[in-house]
Design a protein around this ligand. Structure first.
Ligand SMILES: C[S@@+](CC[C@H](N)C(=O)[O-])C[C@H]1O[C@@H](n2cnc3c(N)ncnc32)[C@H](O)[C@@H]1O
Length: 301
């Protein structure tokens, strides 16, 4: 928040708190990668999991899970992340083929899209996350001698601080079209920070730009406290997602973008399960019930 931004010097890494959720998604992507009917391939994902002492006992293949696909965490929830990865891969690639050459990954975590997708050669990918998370990611990728397929710019900054200065200083050109992604991020942020983020994406984008984000619509997050997904995540790997999610009121970010002239569409992940032929379907007491994937485009003249 330019000007009056609070100073967040929190450099927490991937070994605790919300940083650990980046490893959870990496483990899910590792499992997805090794499936015979994989929706997304991320050869780096298992290396993140193996490099972090905090997840030394986590699986990276579904065969390592005693109850396999019947496991709510490593079966159904991991497949959810696999589907999400693929759908958002496709969204980003469509957007850069259309017009955008700048990609901004908000709360990028251990996202390796800069290394694994085939981008137009003049693209640049900005990765925003906290310093500790990006430092861990850098070390693992360096040890693997991994080379990005495109210009990649890590932007270590907390999204509760002045990330706009950090991003523009890192090279984002607000006068050229861009595509933005907030995957698995917004529900960890306080509502006013989300409002500021969405307003700022609008301010920093020209026509022809796009944004995708994930939201949770349920009025009371605790309603699903005993759902198989939350229970398994708590009991098997000690991550209490409901503890990490912000509990305050959520802004209507899709509505706010529509009011600013963006064209938006909101989808249930289950719609994509049907479209791609695999992924989670609705079930009783389902923590995924309120999840929505929102796609927004700032129309060209
Ligand atoms: C569930 S992970 C998702 C990571 C990545 N987008 C993906 O889907 O693989 C959430 C990420 O948001 C980041 N995050 C949460 N709060 C943040 C903040 N205030 N500033 C910057 N990053 C934040 C965490 O560090 C973590 O990497």
């Amino acid at each position: 928040m330019a000007g009056a931004a609070p100073q967040h010097t929190d450099a927490e890494g991937v070994d605790a708190g919300v940083g650990l959720t980046a490893l959870l998604v990496a483990a899910a992507r590792a499992i997805e990668t090794h499936r015979h009917d994989s929706l997304a391939q991320d050869i780096y994902a298992e290396h993140f999991v193996r490099a972090a002492p905090a997840c030394a006992t986590w699986p990276v293949r579904i065969q390592q899970v005693p109850d396999g696909d019947g496991n709510p965490l490593w079966g159904r929830f991991a497949r959810y992340f696999g589907l999400r990865t693929r759908v958002l891969d496709d969204f980003l690639l469509r957007s850069v083929r259309r017009s955008a050459r700048q990609v901004v990954l908000l709360g990028a975590g251990l996202d390796t899209r800069a290394f694994r997708l085939d981008w137009p050669s003049d693209c640049v990918v900005f990765e925003i996350d906290r310093a500790g998370v990006l430092a861990f990611k850098h070390q693992v990728l360096k040890d693997l001698s991994a080379t990005p397929k495109v210009k990649r710019v890590p932007v270590p900054v907390d999204l509760r601080a002045d990330w706009v200065t950090a991003l523009t200083t890192a090279g984002l050109d607000p006068a050229a079209p861009s595509v933005w992604l907030a995957e698995g991020l917004l529900f960890y942020l306080p509502g006013p920070i989300e409002t500021y983020l969405i307003d700022t994406v609008d301010r920093l984008t020209t026509q022809g730009s796009a944004l995708a984000f994930e939201a949770k619509l349920e009025k009371d997050l605790l309603e699903y406290r005993d759902s198989p997904i939350y229970t398994a995540t708590r009991e098997q790997i000690g991550i209490d997602l409901l503890h990490l999610f912000d509990k305050g009121p959520r802004p209507d970010s899709a509505g706010s973008l529509t009011a600013k002239g963006w064209s938006t569409s909101m989808h249930r992940p289950f719609d994509f399960t049907r479209r791609y032929g695999r992924g989670p379907l609705p079930e009783p007491n389902d923590a995924l019930e309120g999840n929505r994937w929102v796609f927004a485009h700032k129309p060209s003249p």
